[in-house]
Design a protein around this ligand. Structure first.
Ligand code: FE2
Length: 351
Protein backbone atom coordinates (compact mmCIF):
# COMPACT_ATOMS: atom_id res chain seq x y z
CA UNK A 1 0.00 0.00 0.00
CA UNK A 2 1.28 3.48 -0.83
CA UNK A 3 2.34 5.51 2.16
CA UNK A 4 0.91 8.99 2.73
CA UNK A 5 3.37 11.70 1.71
CA UNK A 6 4.88 14.31 4.00
CA UNK A 7 7.10 17.24 3.01
CA UNK A 8 9.23 18.85 5.72
CA UNK A 9 10.35 22.44 5.02
CA UNK A 10 12.96 23.74 7.46
CA UNK A 11 16.18 25.72 6.90
CA UNK A 12 17.86 23.96 9.84
CA UNK A 13 19.18 20.50 9.15
CA UNK A 14 18.82 19.12 12.67
CA UNK A 15 15.01 19.42 13.10
CA UNK A 16 14.54 18.56 9.43
CA UNK A 17 16.37 15.24 9.82
CA UNK A 18 14.85 14.49 13.22
CA UNK A 19 11.42 14.79 11.68
CA UNK A 20 12.42 12.50 8.84
CA UNK A 21 13.58 9.88 11.35
CA UNK A 22 10.39 10.14 13.39
CA UNK A 23 8.04 10.01 10.41
CA UNK A 24 9.77 7.76 7.89
CA UNK A 25 8.44 4.50 9.24
CA UNK A 26 4.83 5.45 8.66
CA UNK A 27 5.08 8.01 5.87
CA UNK A 28 6.98 8.75 2.68
CA UNK A 29 9.03 11.77 3.79
CA UNK A 30 10.80 14.38 1.67
CA UNK A 31 12.66 17.38 3.01
CA UNK A 32 13.68 20.77 1.59
CA UNK A 33 15.54 23.67 3.17
CA UNK A 34 13.31 26.66 2.33
CA UNK A 35 9.90 28.01 1.31
CA UNK A 36 10.85 28.64 -2.34
CA UNK A 37 12.21 25.09 -2.70
CA UNK A 38 9.12 23.74 -0.94
CA UNK A 39 6.73 25.49 -3.35
CA UNK A 40 8.77 24.20 -6.28
CA UNK A 41 8.62 20.65 -4.88
CA UNK A 42 4.83 20.88 -4.54
CA UNK A 43 4.52 21.96 -8.17
CA UNK A 44 5.99 18.64 -9.31
CA UNK A 45 5.03 16.15 -6.59
CA UNK A 46 1.91 14.95 -4.82
CA UNK A 47 2.03 15.66 -1.10
CA UNK A 48 -0.61 15.06 1.57
CA UNK A 49 0.81 17.10 4.43
CA UNK A 50 3.53 19.74 4.90
CA UNK A 51 5.47 20.37 8.13
CA UNK A 52 6.63 23.96 7.79
CA UNK A 53 9.06 25.98 9.93
CA UNK A 54 7.87 29.54 10.65
CA UNK A 55 11.24 31.23 11.02
CA UNK A 56 13.21 30.85 7.80
CA UNK A 57 15.31 33.26 5.71
CA UNK A 58 14.28 34.35 2.18
CA UNK A 59 10.67 33.19 2.50
CA UNK A 60 9.24 32.95 6.02
CA UNK A 61 6.85 30.16 6.99
CA UNK A 62 3.69 32.32 7.07
CA UNK A 63 4.30 33.57 3.50
CA UNK A 64 5.00 29.99 2.39
CA UNK A 65 1.80 28.81 4.16
CA UNK A 66 -0.31 31.38 2.29
CA UNK A 67 1.24 30.36 -1.06
CA UNK A 68 0.72 26.65 -0.36
CA UNK A 69 -2.94 27.19 0.59
CA UNK A 70 -3.50 29.33 -2.51
CA UNK A 71 -2.30 26.67 -4.96
CA UNK A 72 -2.98 23.48 -2.93
CA UNK A 73 -5.90 24.16 -0.57
CA UNK A 74 -6.31 20.42 0.19
CA UNK A 75 -2.79 19.94 1.59
CA UNK A 76 -2.72 20.07 5.38
CA UNK A 77 0.06 22.25 6.89
CA UNK A 78 1.55 21.86 10.37
CA UNK A 79 3.76 24.74 11.53
CA UNK A 80 7.00 24.34 13.47
CA UNK A 81 7.56 27.12 15.95
CA UNK A 82 9.94 28.14 18.70
CA UNK A 83 8.41 29.48 21.91
CA UNK A 84 9.18 33.04 20.77
CA UNK A 85 6.89 32.75 17.75
CA UNK A 86 4.10 30.80 19.47
CA UNK A 87 1.56 33.64 18.98
CA UNK A 88 2.42 33.81 15.29
CA UNK A 89 1.81 30.06 14.99
CA UNK A 90 -1.58 30.35 16.75
CA UNK A 91 -2.47 33.24 14.46
CA UNK A 92 -1.52 31.18 11.42
CA UNK A 93 -4.44 28.82 11.99
CA UNK A 94 -6.65 31.49 10.36
CA UNK A 95 -4.50 31.27 7.20
CA UNK A 96 -5.41 27.59 6.93
CA UNK A 97 -2.72 25.82 9.02
CA UNK A 98 -4.01 22.62 10.62
CA UNK A 99 -1.98 22.86 13.83
CA UNK A 100 1.51 23.66 15.14
CA UNK A 101 4.36 21.85 16.90
CA UNK A 102 6.67 23.61 19.31
CA UNK A 103 10.40 23.06 19.16
CA UNK A 104 12.04 21.11 20.64
CA UNK A 105 9.36 18.62 19.71
CA UNK A 106 8.44 15.35 21.28
CA UNK A 107 8.31 12.27 19.04
CA UNK A 108 4.84 11.20 20.17
CA UNK A 109 3.46 14.73 19.73
CA UNK A 110 4.82 14.81 16.19
CA UNK A 111 3.25 11.45 15.33
CA UNK A 112 -0.04 12.40 16.94
CA UNK A 113 -0.39 15.81 15.22
CA UNK A 114 0.69 14.44 11.83
CA UNK A 115 -1.75 11.52 12.23
CA UNK A 116 -4.63 13.89 12.96
CA UNK A 117 -3.61 16.07 10.00
CA UNK A 118 -3.65 13.02 7.74
CA UNK A 119 -7.08 11.99 9.03
CA UNK A 120 -8.42 15.44 8.16
CA UNK A 121 -6.81 15.24 4.73
CA UNK A 122 -8.46 11.83 4.07
CA UNK A 123 -11.83 13.00 5.36
CA UNK A 124 -11.71 16.02 2.97
CA UNK A 125 -10.70 13.72 0.11
CA UNK A 126 -13.62 11.42 0.90
CA UNK A 127 -16.09 14.31 0.94
CA UNK A 128 -14.62 15.59 -2.33
CA UNK A 129 -14.84 12.20 -4.00
CA UNK A 130 -18.43 11.70 -2.75
CA UNK A 131 -19.28 15.14 -4.12
CA UNK A 132 -17.79 14.25 -7.51
CA UNK A 133 -19.69 10.94 -7.56
CA UNK A 134 -22.90 12.78 -6.70
CA UNK A 135 -22.19 15.37 -9.39
CA UNK A 136 -21.61 12.62 -11.97
CA UNK A 137 -24.83 10.89 -10.93
CA UNK A 138 -26.72 14.20 -11.17
CA UNK A 139 -25.28 14.83 -14.64
CA UNK A 140 -26.21 11.32 -15.77
CA UNK A 141 -29.71 11.79 -14.37
CA UNK A 142 -30.06 15.14 -16.13
CA UNK A 143 -29.00 13.49 -19.40
CA UNK A 144 -31.60 10.74 -18.89
CA UNK A 145 -34.30 13.33 -18.16
CA UNK A 146 -33.34 15.30 -21.30
CA UNK A 147 -33.48 12.09 -23.37
CA UNK A 148 -36.86 11.13 -21.91
CA UNK A 149 -38.13 14.65 -22.62
CA UNK A 150 -36.88 14.43 -26.23
CA UNK A 151 -38.61 11.05 -26.60
CA UNK A 152 -41.88 12.43 -25.27
CA UNK A 153 -41.60 15.48 -27.55
CA UNK A 154 -40.89 13.35 -30.61
CA UNK A 155 -43.83 11.08 -29.67
CA UNK A 156 -46.01 14.15 -29.15
CA UNK A 157 -44.99 15.81 -32.42
CA UNK A 158 -45.28 12.51 -34.29
CA UNK A 159 -48.82 12.00 -33.00
CA UNK A 160 -49.86 15.56 -33.93
CA UNK A 161 -48.38 15.03 -37.40
CA UNK A 162 -50.14 11.65 -37.78
CA UNK A 163 -53.51 13.16 -36.82
CA UNK A 164 -52.83 16.11 -39.13
CA UNK A 165 -52.14 13.68 -41.99
CA UNK A 166 -55.31 11.74 -41.13
CA UNK A 167 -57.20 14.99 -41.82
CA UNK A 168 -55.31 15.33 -45.11
CA UNK A 169 -56.36 11.85 -46.19
CA UNK A 170 -59.99 12.72 -45.55
CA UNK A 171 -60.11 16.33 -46.78
CA UNK A 172 -57.15 18.19 -48.24
CA UNK A 173 -58.81 21.61 -47.82
CA UNK A 174 -59.27 21.05 -44.06
CA UNK A 175 -55.63 19.92 -43.82
CA UNK A 176 -54.30 23.11 -45.42
CA UNK A 177 -56.77 25.24 -43.49
CA UNK A 178 -55.74 23.60 -40.18
CA UNK A 179 -52.07 24.33 -40.79
CA UNK A 180 -52.79 27.97 -41.62
CA UNK A 181 -54.99 28.29 -38.51
CA UNK A 182 -52.14 26.83 -36.44
CA UNK A 183 -49.78 29.57 -37.63
CA UNK A 184 -52.34 32.36 -37.13
CA UNK A 185 -53.23 31.06 -33.65
CA UNK A 186 -49.53 31.03 -32.77
CA UNK A 187 -49.18 34.68 -33.93
CA UNK A 188 -52.16 35.72 -31.83
CA UNK A 189 -50.90 33.79 -28.80
CA UNK A 190 -47.48 35.43 -29.13
CA UNK A 191 -49.05 38.89 -29.27
CA UNK A 192 -50.98 38.09 -26.10
CA UNK A 193 -47.60 37.53 -24.42
CA UNK A 194 -48.15 33.81 -23.80
CA UNK A 195 -45.05 31.71 -23.11
CA UNK A 196 -43.31 29.69 -25.82
CA UNK A 197 -44.54 26.39 -24.30
CA UNK A 198 -48.17 27.50 -24.23
CA UNK A 199 -47.91 28.96 -27.75
CA UNK A 200 -46.49 25.68 -29.02
CA UNK A 201 -49.36 23.74 -27.43
CA UNK A 202 -51.93 26.11 -28.94
CA UNK A 203 -50.25 25.79 -32.36
CA UNK A 204 -50.31 21.99 -32.19
CA UNK A 205 -53.92 21.94 -30.94
CA UNK A 206 -54.92 24.32 -33.75
CA UNK A 207 -53.30 22.01 -36.32
CA UNK A 208 -55.71 19.24 -35.27
CA UNK A 209 -58.71 21.34 -34.15
CA UNK A 210 -60.90 19.83 -36.90
CA UNK A 211 -59.66 16.22 -36.44
CA UNK A 212 -63.27 15.25 -35.66
CA UNK A 213 -64.14 15.89 -39.31
CA UNK A 214 -62.63 12.51 -40.14
CA UNK A 215 -65.82 11.14 -38.57
CA UNK A 216 -68.12 13.25 -40.79
CA UNK A 217 -69.57 11.87 -43.97
CA UNK A 218 -67.50 12.90 -47.00
CA UNK A 219 -70.58 14.00 -48.94
CA UNK A 220 -71.32 16.52 -46.18
CA UNK A 221 -67.73 17.53 -45.62
CA UNK A 222 -67.04 18.30 -49.27
CA UNK A 223 -70.51 19.56 -50.21
CA UNK A 224 -70.39 22.50 -52.64
CA UNK A 225 -73.16 24.51 -51.08
CA UNK A 226 -75.22 25.21 -47.98
CA UNK A 227 -75.76 22.27 -45.64
CA UNK A 228 -79.30 21.15 -44.86
CA UNK A 229 -80.33 21.53 -41.17
CA UNK A 230 -79.79 17.75 -40.69
CA UNK A 231 -76.38 17.88 -42.33
CA UNK A 232 -75.46 20.88 -40.18
CA UNK A 233 -76.49 19.02 -37.02
CA UNK A 234 -74.19 16.17 -38.10
CA UNK A 235 -71.36 18.60 -38.83
CA UNK A 236 -71.77 20.15 -35.36
CA UNK A 237 -70.66 16.85 -33.86
CA UNK A 238 -67.09 17.16 -35.14
CA UNK A 239 -65.75 18.87 -31.97
CA UNK A 240 -67.12 16.00 -29.82
CA UNK A 241 -65.76 13.36 -32.21
CA UNK A 242 -62.35 15.11 -32.27
CA UNK A 243 -62.20 15.38 -28.47
CA UNK A 244 -63.04 11.67 -28.17
CA UNK A 245 -60.17 10.77 -30.53
CA UNK A 246 -57.63 13.00 -28.80
CA UNK A 247 -58.65 12.08 -25.23
CA UNK A 248 -57.25 8.62 -25.90
CA UNK A 249 -53.75 10.17 -26.18
CA UNK A 250 -52.76 11.29 -22.64
CA UNK A 251 -50.07 13.77 -23.71
CA UNK A 252 -52.54 15.56 -26.05
CA UNK A 253 -54.87 16.31 -23.14
CA UNK A 254 -54.26 20.06 -23.48
CA UNK A 255 -55.52 20.04 -27.08
CA UNK A 256 -58.96 18.79 -25.95
CA UNK A 257 -60.42 22.21 -24.92
CA UNK A 258 -59.38 23.71 -28.28
CA UNK A 259 -60.95 20.83 -30.22
CA UNK A 260 -64.10 20.79 -28.11
CA UNK A 261 -64.75 24.53 -27.91
CA UNK A 262 -63.40 26.06 -31.13
CA UNK A 263 -66.96 26.75 -32.33
CA UNK A 264 -68.01 28.64 -29.20
CA UNK A 265 -69.00 32.28 -29.73
CA UNK A 266 -68.10 34.95 -27.18
CA UNK A 267 -71.83 35.81 -26.74
CA UNK A 268 -72.71 32.21 -25.83
CA UNK A 269 -74.48 31.39 -29.12
CA UNK A 270 -72.00 28.73 -30.26
CA UNK A 271 -72.34 24.95 -30.42
CA UNK A 272 -72.27 24.39 -26.65
CA UNK A 273 -73.40 27.83 -25.46
CA UNK A 274 -70.29 28.53 -23.42
CA UNK A 275 -69.92 32.30 -22.99
CA UNK A 276 -67.06 34.83 -22.62
CA UNK A 277 -64.29 33.61 -20.35
CA UNK A 278 -66.08 30.29 -19.78
CA UNK A 279 -64.51 29.47 -23.13
CA UNK A 280 -60.82 28.54 -22.64
CA UNK A 281 -58.49 31.26 -23.99
CA UNK A 282 -56.79 28.75 -26.30
CA UNK A 283 -60.17 27.95 -27.88
CA UNK A 284 -61.04 31.66 -28.25
CA UNK A 285 -57.71 32.20 -30.04
CA UNK A 286 -58.21 29.25 -32.40
CA UNK A 287 -61.82 30.29 -33.03
CA UNK A 288 -60.68 33.74 -34.24
CA UNK A 289 -57.83 32.28 -36.34
CA UNK A 290 -60.24 29.71 -37.81
CA UNK A 291 -62.73 32.43 -38.85
CA UNK A 292 -60.04 34.77 -40.24
CA UNK A 293 -58.57 31.99 -42.37
CA UNK A 294 -62.00 30.88 -43.59
CA UNK A 295 -62.77 34.46 -44.69
CA UNK A 296 -59.39 34.86 -46.41
CA UNK A 297 -59.70 31.70 -48.49
CA UNK A 298 -62.17 30.97 -51.27
CA UNK A 299 -64.37 27.88 -51.25
CA UNK A 300 -66.11 26.41 -54.33
CA UNK A 301 -69.35 28.04 -53.17
CA UNK A 302 -67.98 31.50 -52.20
CA UNK A 303 -65.10 33.92 -52.89
CA UNK A 304 -62.42 34.95 -50.43
CA UNK A 305 -62.93 38.29 -48.71
CA UNK A 306 -60.53 41.20 -49.30
CA UNK A 307 -58.36 41.95 -46.25
CA UNK A 308 -60.23 45.17 -45.51
CA UNK A 309 -63.52 43.24 -45.30
CA UNK A 310 -61.91 40.66 -42.98
CA UNK A 311 -60.87 43.57 -40.76
CA UNK A 312 -64.41 45.01 -40.77
CA UNK A 313 -65.99 41.61 -40.05
CA UNK A 314 -63.76 41.22 -37.02
CA UNK A 315 -64.68 44.69 -35.75
CA UNK A 316 -68.42 44.19 -36.34
CA UNK A 317 -68.43 40.84 -34.56
CA UNK A 318 -66.14 41.76 -31.68
CA UNK A 319 -67.83 40.86 -28.41
CA UNK A 320 -70.50 38.74 -30.15
CA UNK A 321 -68.68 36.13 -32.21
CA UNK A 322 -65.11 37.03 -31.18
CA UNK A 323 -63.30 37.82 -27.94
CA UNK A 324 -62.75 41.63 -28.10
CA UNK A 325 -59.28 41.21 -26.57
CA UNK A 326 -58.22 39.10 -29.57
CA UNK A 327 -59.90 41.39 -32.11
CA UNK A 328 -58.08 44.34 -30.47
CA UNK A 329 -54.73 42.68 -31.20
CA UNK A 330 -55.54 42.94 -34.90
CA UNK A 331 -57.30 46.34 -34.79
CA UNK A 332 -54.42 47.87 -32.81
CA UNK A 333 -51.91 46.40 -35.22
CA UNK A 334 -50.15 44.06 -32.75
CA UNK A 335 -50.96 41.36 -35.26
CA UNK A 336 -51.18 43.27 -38.52
CA UNK A 337 -53.21 42.16 -41.51
CA UNK A 338 -49.91 42.04 -43.34
CA UNK A 339 -48.51 39.56 -40.80
CA UNK A 340 -51.65 37.46 -41.11
CA UNK A 341 -51.49 37.64 -44.89
CA UNK A 342 -47.79 36.69 -44.97
CA UNK A 343 -48.26 33.83 -42.51
CA UNK A 344 -51.15 32.66 -44.64
CA UNK A 345 -49.03 32.79 -47.83
CA UNK A 346 -45.95 31.15 -46.30
CA UNK A 347 -48.06 28.25 -45.02
CA UNK A 348 -49.85 27.95 -48.33
CA UNK A 349 -46.51 27.74 -50.14
CA UNK A 350 -45.38 24.91 -47.82
CA UNK A 351 -48.39 22.77 -48.68
FE1 FE2 B 1 -64.28 23.17 -36.82
Amino acid sequence: MNKDKVLVIDDEMSPRESLRMVLKEKYEVNTVSGGVEGLDFLKHNLVDLVVLDIKMPVMDGITALKEIKKDHPDIEVILLTAYASLDTARDAIRFGAFDYLMKPFDKDDVLSVVERGMQKRHASEKVKSEFITLLNKTNALEEQIAMAHDNIMSCYEGTVKALNLAIDAKDHYTYNHSNRVARLASLLAESLGLSYNIREKIEHAAAIHDIGKIGIDESVLKKNGQLTPEEFEGMKKHPEIGAKIVRSVPFLEEAVPVILYHHERFDGKGYKNLKGEQIPLSARIVMAADAVDAMMNARPYRDSLPMVNVFNELKENSGTQFDPMIVDLIINGKVSLEMIHNANCSIRSKN
